[in-house]
Design a protein around this ligand. Structure first.
Ligand SMILES: Cc1cc2nc3c(=O)[nH]c(=O)nc-3n(C[C@H](O)[C@H](O)[C@H](O)COP(=O)(O)OP(=O)(O)OC[C@H]3O[C@@H](n4cnc5c(N)ncnc54)[C@H](O)[C@@H]3O)c2cc1C
Length: 370
């Protein structure tokens, strides 16, 4: 009989894991809370070792087709005049390819690669998990209960599997002093391949062309909001308006669009830190166990983590302790240096003061590439 694996979340990591486990002969079920695949989302990067993984899945050409092809970020003043500008993408020696594309499109392409070999259930979530040491019994919001050899939580920053098996979110999720809001807008600013960013102290607003589906992003500094609820859109709009009203320079119409936005994405910028990513026959993957926040290589790490986890489960399919220990040991080596990059990325993207903005612009002018 095939070893069965239930994956919660058809995002970047869950879809990659579904592909590689199915490819290695596992029986895979994916349960995804969203009702259907989406086609846009925040641009994310696939780079370094993740490029090799997606290439071996045969989807690199599709990723390239969906790429935003952004090649420049320009920092502008309140009137929209460019203060500093820098080329982005790839490495300066041309050795490392990187592809930037909308997150939902990345997840959809990865999932399509697994679709023929894995069962995908849209619009459902896990409501309970009981691990008896031999199998894991799962109950669902929609489907009938079932048992599996393994369960993997690849369900993102606000992971349901983490809450059911490891404990409440507040034990693992650290607010990093920023918030982020993104929304689709009608037209880009600047050139076709250029991101435009405007800063005031502690705030940034940027417009990303996102391959013809332009997106505005508001990233701002702020302490933890005591009654913060990541599902409360009205509260999110209030927080953005409070942070930006009167501080938008020539970009005021973007703020008007926040109030009317039907699909505002908003969240506190958080990192997830856990001493262990597994308990018995349940393990976590990607943001669920180790979110780096938006300043980091979260997508790349979700892809490489999924590949490593599939390799280790394939190597010792009857020994979860060994498989999960080896997965964690190998993947943490990639993750650790990325966790340390947060402070610098925050200082560059959202300088806290006016001298900080001037210093950033000066550094950018001096750098040939980020
Ligand atoms: C604004 C923003 C900008 C970012 N920019 C970048 C970037 O430039 N570069 C980069 O590398 N990374 C970036 N990231 C981070 C990147 O998006 C994540 O690190 C990456 O998507 C993590 O993959 P994942 O599979 O762990 O989670 P996700 O891709 O988030 O997938 C989680 C999936 O689980 C589903 N789900 C959630 N809860 C449940 C549940 N209870 N049951 C079932 N399904 C559930 C969700 O619907 C989703 O499909 C950014 C993130 C944000 C928010």
């Amino acid at each position: 009989m095939k070893t069965s694996v239930l994956i919660s979340g058809a995002g970047v990591g869950g879809s990659t894991l579904a592909y590689w486990l199915a490819d290695n002969g596992f029986q895979v079920t994916v349960v995804e809370r969203a009702g259907a695949q989406r086609s846009s989302g925040n641009p994310v990067d696939v780079r370094g070792p993740a490029v090799d993984v997606v290439n071996r899945m045969g989807v690199l050409p599709e990723l390239r087709k969906a790429a935003t092809s952004v090649d420049r970020i320009s920092f502008v003043d309140a009137k929209g005049a460019v203060r500093a500008s820098v080329r982005t993408g790839g490495t300066s020696d041309g050795a490392g390819e990187e592809v930037e594309l909308p997150r939902a499109e990345l997840a959809a392409i990865l999932l399509d690669a697994a679709r023929d070999r894995a069962e995908i259930r849209w619009g459902d979530t896990i409501t309970g998990l009981t691990d008896d040491g031999q199998r894991v019994a799962a109950t669902f919001a929609e489907s009938a209960p079932a048992t599996y050899d393994y369960v993997i939580g690849a369900d993102g920053l606000h992971s349901g599997v983490r809450r059911l098996v490891f404990g409440e979110e507040r034990e693992f999720v650290r607010h990093k002093g920023f918030y982020v809001a993104t929304l689709p807008i009608e037209r880009a600013l600047g050139r076709e391949r250029e991101v435009i960013m405007y800063n005031t102290p502690g705030r940034s607003v940027s417009v990303h062309p996102a391959g013809g589906k332009p997106l505005a992003a508001f990233i701002f500094r702020g302490p933890e909001t005591p009654d913060y609820d990541y599902r409360d859109t009205a509260q999110h709009k209030r927080l953005v308006l409070a942070a930006y009203t009167g501080r938008m320079g020539a970009f005021g119409d973007l703020l008007d669009q926040v109030g009317a936005a039907p699909d505002l994405y908003f969240d506190a910028v958080c990192q997830v830190r856990m001493a262990s990513w597994s308990r018995g026959r349940v393990a976590l993957l990607g943001d669920a166990g180790s979110s780096l926040s938006l300043f980091g290589d979260g997508s790349t790490l979700a892809i490489t983590g999924a590949h490593t986890l599939a390799e280790e489960l394939t190597r010792t399919p009857a020994d979860p302790h060994t498989a999960f220990t080896r997965y964690e040991h190998r993947h943490r080596r990639l993750l650790a240096p990325k966790q340390r990059g947060f402070r610098l990325a925050g200082a560059l993207m959202v300088p806290a003061s006016r001298p900080g903005i001037l210093a950033r612009d000066t550094v950018v002018r001096l750098l040939p590439r980020i």
